[in-house]
Write a protein that binds this ligand. Structure first.
Ligand SMILES: *Cc1c(COP(=O)(O)O)cnc(C)c1O
Length: 429
């Protein structure tokens, strides 16, 4: 390698160490929620002396574990403590994960399926994030493309792009309760399409599977929010339709048990017809795991007890709080001009709302809105651009109800302060 003198090459000091930064990799920070939230918070001056002593209200995150009302159950903590005390989980685990943990996850997921999963259908991962990472690596091949929902979860896109895949976006339709635009999916798919990603709950399953079957593509079902539903529709796992089209079900204990820091997730082949076996997807996953790091063994060891001992009341309590905060969000957002919430949230921890920039002044776009809001009101929201939805906002309602009310009140006063004068002169402070 040359020493990098002149013509746009990295400076000699970098080249001297034979390192050239991978521009594609550096660019991927833009595809990360952490990266975007970092930019939103950058201008925030908290904890100062003047009237800035108000608390920061985080409504852009996906991790409510710090709030007392979302504290995990003591049964889960006991399961981990017992696994550690047993002294039996100090070794490396097997590549696919400890058998008892996989068996108990298979049994747990089979409760909602018309067929029985076995331990061999389950692969343990370091959270759902690593499950996504593995699947993207396994499916990627030169020229491949993958279909992702918009709005979606950026991590899928980031991993797909990093593996050289082209990401094609299909729409979820706000006016129809964020249903998948199946015509859009069909228009996007071609012979290089390897899979479509679904984030469930959120999308109706049966017709998605039929479409996948027609197109001959796998379904990747990100079900990290499984059972966190509080509306009319019960959670139906995509695996129910695994005999129509083979489904890779991704999940974790992060959201339902509110322990994202414990890093335990899974890939499950929901495929009663054995398509993944015949096409060597299974073998590819196993090979990938052979060259990957495993989730901590004692967390794996805790899984059987964690699943068996967690009481229904804990799940019900979490869902009750989410239902309550979703209601607060829905009711209070109605009172804010310049923001429309197309439908009442019925699952997960987020709601997407539409910004009407035409009734605001001095605000360029969703990113600008969030930056100014953070600076003036110490309220953190995620700009829609971070989930592929320009000029929308993603609001997390998984926080203490009182903070949520405070946060939306601040959002409201921010909006009236920045409204075009003729609309809101009387409300200006
Ligand atoms: C939080 C989240 C993940 C990541 O889950 P971990 O188990 O914490 O890695 C994956 N997908 C979606 C949609 C999420 O919201």
């Amino acid at each position: 390698m040359e020493n990098g003198a002149g013509n746009g090459r990295p400076p000699a000091t970098a080249a001297a160490w034979n390192f050239e930064p991978n521009g594609a990799l550096l660019g991927l920070t833009a595809l990360s929620v952490r990266g975007v939230l970092g930019r939103v918070k950058a201008g925030m001056v908290g904890g100062g002396g003047d009237d800035r002593r108000r608390a920061v209200i985080p409504m852009g995150h996906g991790d409510p574990s710090v709030f007392p009302c979302f504290r995990t159950t003591a049964d889960a903590v006991d399961a981990v403590a017992a696994a550690l005390r047993s002294g039996e989980h100090n070794s490396y685990s097997s590549c696919v994960g400890l058998e008892p943990a996989r068996r108990s996850i298979a049994r747990y997921l089979s409760r909602d399926l018309p067929y029985e999963l076995s331990a061999d259908d389950v692969y343990l991962t370091s959270g759902c994030a690593q499950a996504i990472e593995i699947i993207c690596s396994v499916l990627a091949r030169p020229g491949a493309n993958i279909l992702c929902p918009r709005p979606g979860y950026l991590f899928h896109e980031a991993r797909a792009v990093f593996n050289g895949m082209e990401v094609r976006y299909f729409d979820l339709l706000p006016e129809s309760g964020w249903e998948v635009d199946l015509d859009g999916v069909q228009a996007l798919a071609d012979k290089n399409t390897v899979a479509m990603v679904i984030i469930n709950p959120g999308n109706p399953c049966g017709n998605v599977a039929e479409t996948a079957k027609k197109l001959g593509i796998f379904v990747i079902a990100d079900e990290v929010y499984a059972h966190l539903t509080f509306g009319q529709n019960k959670f139906v796992p995509m695996g129910v339709f695994g005999s129509v089209a083979p489904v890779l079900t991704l999940g974790s204990i992060s959201k339902r048990w509110v322990v994202p820091g414990w890093r335990l997730g899974w890939i499950v082949t929901s495929d009663p017809n054995g398509v993944f076996q015949r096409t060597k997807v299974v073998e590819s996953i196993q090979s990938y795991l052979d060259i990957s790091a495993d989730p901590a063994t004692f967390i794996q060891g805790a899984i059987p007890q964690l699943i068996e001992n967690t009481k229904e009341e804990f799940f019900e309590k979490t869902v009750d709080v989410l239902r309550q905060t979703a209601d607060i969000c829905w009711e209070k957002l109605k009172g804010i001009s310049c923001i429309t919430c197309p439908s009442k949230p019925e699952g997960s921890m987020f709601v997407m709302v539409k910004l009407d920039l035409s009734c605001l002044q001095g605000i360029k776009d969703d990113m600008d809105f969030c930056c100014q809001l953070a600076k003036e009101e110490l309220v953190v929201l995620l700009p829609g651009c971070a989930v592929g939805y320009k000029n929308w906002l993603r609001i997390t309602f998984a926080i203490e109800p009182s903070s949520l009310e405070d946060g939306i009140d601040r959002l409201k006063s921010f909006c009236s302060r920045h409204s075009k004068p003729k609309v809101h002169r009387s409300l200006e402070t």
